[in-house]
Each structure stands twice: as structure tokens, then as C-alpha cells.
Design a protein around this ligand. Structure first.
Ligand code: VAH
Length: 321
């Protein structure tokens, strides 16, 4: 059975991936590690937790040895808009955690999953049906870190044989953690506002198309790729994956099917708009479909219905106000 360490386990993906992995591999086989102990207290399935600053290579290595880890999910990242506020810190954290993950994996024979992002593309990347192999000149420090992570992860595979794999996630929509400073997080905030106030002020312009994915599909993508037959993988770091592409107006229309009185206006955030404008409108994810069976289940209608239902439950149960 796999022995898994999730680093950055308290973030948007980690907060749900830990339970997803524990459900598959058993609670005791999935160690959740994060800098913030409070973020490690909410998992539904019990299992080992460790307080870890992913930049502390010695402790990181000790944890891998103590638990006999064979797979590292490195989820540590400052997201796009947050990174632009402190690019040097973003580079230090994002690349420091990756370097430790890869070097420890090399020494301890672990596989490594480090998510990349549509943020790895830039304004001169073909924006529609963006190819798997294409120009990658991002204009955010987040994107620069993601391209560097893809290149370094591929290097560790080709040079040392480390089993590195990753996907370029689009905006991930989820209801467990609050929005975390990403450019795509309007597509999370809007649901809370729609339920509570029946209105939302969007910081991205109408017509700003971005790839998106509902969290259950993102969790499946992580496991499917890491379980894929390595002989079938032509690519490794990182696969284009997407589930839907929409702009704020399309999402508002979908919400109005459930909350007819919902209204939306705009107050554009120039930093986030500039970031979003540098990213693709839609990805070609045919390589992921061909090489490891990627096949998302949630479209905008199914995601909207589930998000509204789950967030209404959080309000009803007093988990949020
Ligand atoms: C962000 N949600 O907006 C993240 C994601 C593709 C976007 O990486 O920064």
C-alpha cells in the first residue's frame, strides 16, 4: 500500500485531498503536513499529522524517513495574486518546497506530484484550445514558479529517474476552504455572496474566459495520474487538464437558474484582470485523456448546483455567517 506525505495539506487542494487519499489508501498511510497546525485539525478521516515548514529540508527528510513515505504530494504555493504582492517570497516558498520535495524524493526513492497551473502560460500562448506543448512565457511570479517547477520536475525524472508527475490545474472551485487569494477565486466568492446577499460585485470583466474545474474532479485527477501506468505516459510535467471554460456572465446566468433574483455588477481589480488576461481561454486536454484516462464529471451546471447546496448547508449549520 502507498505511504503518502501531503505537504501544504492545509491549503485549498490539501484540505480535501488528504481525506480523499485516506479514503483510498487508509488513514494511517496518509500523513498530512502543514506549517499551520490549525489547518490540520479538520480532516474527516483520522491519520498522522506533522507540523512542517516545507523549507526545513532536514525535518521534511526526517518525516519521509520516519513514515517510510513513497509518494510526496507537494502542494505548497503562494497563489497568483498573492505572489504579485511579494514575488521574492513567492519564489522562495514555491521553489524551496519543490527543491526539498525533489531532492528528498531522489534520496528516498519517492514519487512526486507537484501541481502546475494554467498560470504557467502567458500572453503569447495560443489562448483558445491551448496545446499541451506550446509557448510558456508567463508574466506572473506564480507562473514563472510553475514553469520552473515543470522543468525541474522533468529534469529530476530524466536525470535521476525520480517518478515526477503533475497537471496544469485551471481555477479550482470548492466549498470546504474559503477563497485563498487566487485570480480565479471570484468563481468561489460568488456562491457565498449569491446565497447571503443575492448579489455579487465581480473583480474580473465580463467576457474574461478562464478554464475551471470542480474540486471532486481535481482530486480524481491527482490520484488517476499518480496511479497511471508509467509506460503509457508520453508527458509528465505537466498535463493540461480542464473541465469547463466560462466567463463571469455565464456563471451568473447559471446561478440565476437557482436564485432568480441574483444580480451581479463589476468593480475591476486591475492586478487580477491583468493576470487573467494573460491566461488561456480554454485548454486542449487531449493528452491527459489519451495517456491516463482523464475524464471530468462536473460541468458548470452540475458544479453550480452542488456548490449552492453545500454552501447553503454551511450557512444553515452555522459553520459560516
Ligand atoms: C489562482 N486559483 O488563481 C489559482 C489557480 C489557475 C488559478 O492557480 O492563482
Amino acid at each position: 500500500m502507498k505511504r503518502i506525505l501531503v505537504v501544504g495539506a492545509g491549503g485549498q487542494i490539501g484540505s480535501e485531498l488528504v481525506d480523499h487519499l485516506r479514503n483510498i489508501y487508509g488513514g494511517s498511510n496518509v500523513v498530512a503536513a502543514d506549517l499551520d497546525e490549525k489547518k490540520l485539525a479538520n480532516y474527516k478521516i483520522d491519520g498522522p499529522i506533522e507540523i512542517l515548514d516545507a523549507l526545513d529540508g532536514n525535518l521534511f527528510h526526517q518525516i519521509v524517513k520516519n513514515y517510510k513515505i513513497d509518494t510526496i504530494y507537494n502542494l505548497v504555493a503562494l497563489l497568483s495574486a498573492t505572489g504579485e504582492k511579494n514575488p521574492t517570497l513567492a519564489w522562495k516558498i514555491n521553489m524551496g518546497a519543490l527543491e526539498n520535495s525533489l531532492e528528498i524524493a531522489r534520496q528516498e526513492n519517492c514519487a512526486v506530484f507537484t501541481p502546475s497551473s494554467i498560470g504557467a502560460f502567458g500572453p503569447n500562448t495560443p489562448a483558445d484550445n491551448t496545446p499541451q506543448d506550446t509557448v510558456m512565457q508567463p508574466t506572473t511570479i506564480y507562473g514563472v514558479c510553475k514553469v520552473a517547477a515543470e522543468l525541474l520536475s522533468n529534469y529530476y525524472f530524466y536525470r535521476f529517474g525520480v517518478d515526477t508527475r503533475s497537471v496544469r490545474f485551471p481555477g479550482i472551485i470548492s466549498y470546504v476552504t474559503p477563497p485563498g487569494g487566487g485570480t480565479t477565486d471570484y468563481a468561489v466568492e460568488i456562491f457565498y455572496e449569491a446565497i447571503k446577499h443575492k448579489r455579487y460585485t465581480c473583480y474580473l470583466k465580463r467576457g474574461t474566459f478562464l478554464d475551471m474545474m470542480y474540486m471532486p474532479d481535481a482530486l480524481d485527477a491527482c490520484v488517476q495520474l499518480m496511479e497511471a501506468d508509467p509506460t503509457k505516459l508520453v508527458h509528465r510535467n505537466a498535463f493540461n487538464v480542464t473541465a469547463m471554460s466560462f466567463d463571469p456572465e455565464m456563471l451568473a446566468d447559471e446561478i440565476r437558474k437557482h436564485i432568480p433574483e441574483f444580480t451581479m455588477d463589476y468593480n475591476i481589480d486591475p492586478v487580477k484582470q491583468k493576470i487573467a488576461d494573460s491566461w488561456p481561454n480554454s485548454l486542449d486536454d487531449s493528452c491527459a485523456r489519451a495517456e491516463w484516462g482523464w475524464n471530468p464529471k462536473y460541468n458548470i451546471a452540475a458544479m453550480t448546483m452542488d456548490m449552492l447546496e453545500k454552501i447553503q448547508e454551511k450557512y444553515d449549520n452555522g459553520l459560516i455567517s
